[in-house]
Design a protein around this ligand. Structure first.
Ligand SMILES: [Mg+2]
Length: 324
């Protein structure tokens, strides 16, 4: 599982200082030298917002009183953007009246340190904010992982497939999506019990994880359905990969029911050029292929090349690749 954290373990946390006073930047850089952090400086609210977009800091130290975009407006803009609202902000300000503090906290500030600041206190507050940020990121990543299989979950898939389809619409290139559905899964549960069914789902999950490339994304879609997003992969290559996965799963021996094999039906919808389809239409096309695979006998891969002529508008699958 790749980490989506801004700062994976082993790298220094990036801290952005936004203050119109060069003296404050000099002072903070000198005083925070010993900390395990990388400091980025911006001397205006505007420059600060640009740095946020470029650098994705783990923490922002923010002055309130600045010409142009002041600290309050900076905070409002930061918290309104879903890409940046999670970044903790520690206010560093000479303004110490209660109204300013209340306004800053209301806008989403994490902490407030009054200038002139006491260095030891500032350090512990920075560490506390970074610790909270790391925990929140870990939680948000866990919320995207399927508990049974350890693959990405449906919520993550829904978001990621939107991103990947949008990417090929902007920069046309190959993309393939595959659905994987365990055959006769209900009868495995009914015959051998739910723990056996869970073991099958885990085994399929492990096989997917081991078979895909680093850039592929394996998700549990729900129930006995899985889905692969394969960026930069033309449909024929995706089909070949899926067929390897299919034969690998077919060959697995299950400790709880060694006499009973498990097979999967797979549907691949892909395009070499980035078809002019929305994410839901793309997912629907892949789902249609699974349906065709089921109807035509299961344990097979059905592929629809969305870039092949007018096939982009059709969900008619390409000729079947008969299972071996
Ligand atoms: Mg100032």
């Amino acid at each position: 599982m790749t980490s989506s954290a801004d700062n994976p373990a082993g790298t220094r946390s990036r801290v952005l200082i936004v203050d119109d006073s060069p003296d404050v930047h000099r002072l903070l850089r000198a005083r925070l030298k010993q900390e395990e952090i990388e400091i980025v400086s911006a001397e205006s609210g505007r420059a600060g917002l640009d740095e946020v977009a470029k650098q994705r800091p783990s923490l922002i130290l923010l002055d309130l009183d600045m010409p142009g975009i002041d600290g309050f407006e900076f905070l409002r803009t930061l918290k309104e953007d879903s890409a940046t609202h999670h970044i903790p902000v520690v206010i560093l300000s000479a303004m110490s009246n209660p109204q300013d503090k209340v306004a800053a906290f209301d806008l989403g500030a994490h902490d407030f340190v009054t200038k002139p600041f006491e260095l030891t206190e500032l350090r512990v507050r920075i560490r506390a904010a970074l610790r909270m940020n790391a925990l929140l990121q870990m939680l948000s990543q866990r919320a995207q992982i399927d508990g049974l299989t350890g693959l990405w979950n449906r919520a993550y898939f829904d978001q990621r497939v939107q991103d990947e389809v949008a990417r090929v619409q902007r920069h046309p290139g190959p993309l393939s999506i595959a659905f994987i559905d365990a055959d006769h899964f209900k009868s495995i549960n009914d015959t051998f019990g739910h723990p056996a069914g869970d073991a099958v789902l885990q085994g399929i999950g492990r096989t997917l994880q081991r078979s895909i490339r680093q850039t592929d994304i394996a998700c549990r879609y729900g129930g006995e359905e899985f889905v692969l997003i394969m960026p930069a992969t033309p449909p024929a290559d995706a089909q070949a990969l899926c067929d390897r996965i299919r034969t690998t799963i077919e060959a697995l021996v299950w400790p709880r029911h060694p006499e009973r094999k498990v097979t999967v039906s797979m549907g691949v919808a892909g395009s070499s050029i980035g078809a002019g389809l929305t994410a839901p239409a793309w997912v629907e096309a892949a789902d249609q292929c699974v349906y065709s695979a089921k109807k035509s006998g299961r344990n097979r891969v059905v592929m629809n090349d969305l870039s092949a002529g007018k096939a982009a508008a059709s969900t008619e699958p390409a000729p079947l690749r008969k299972a071996g």
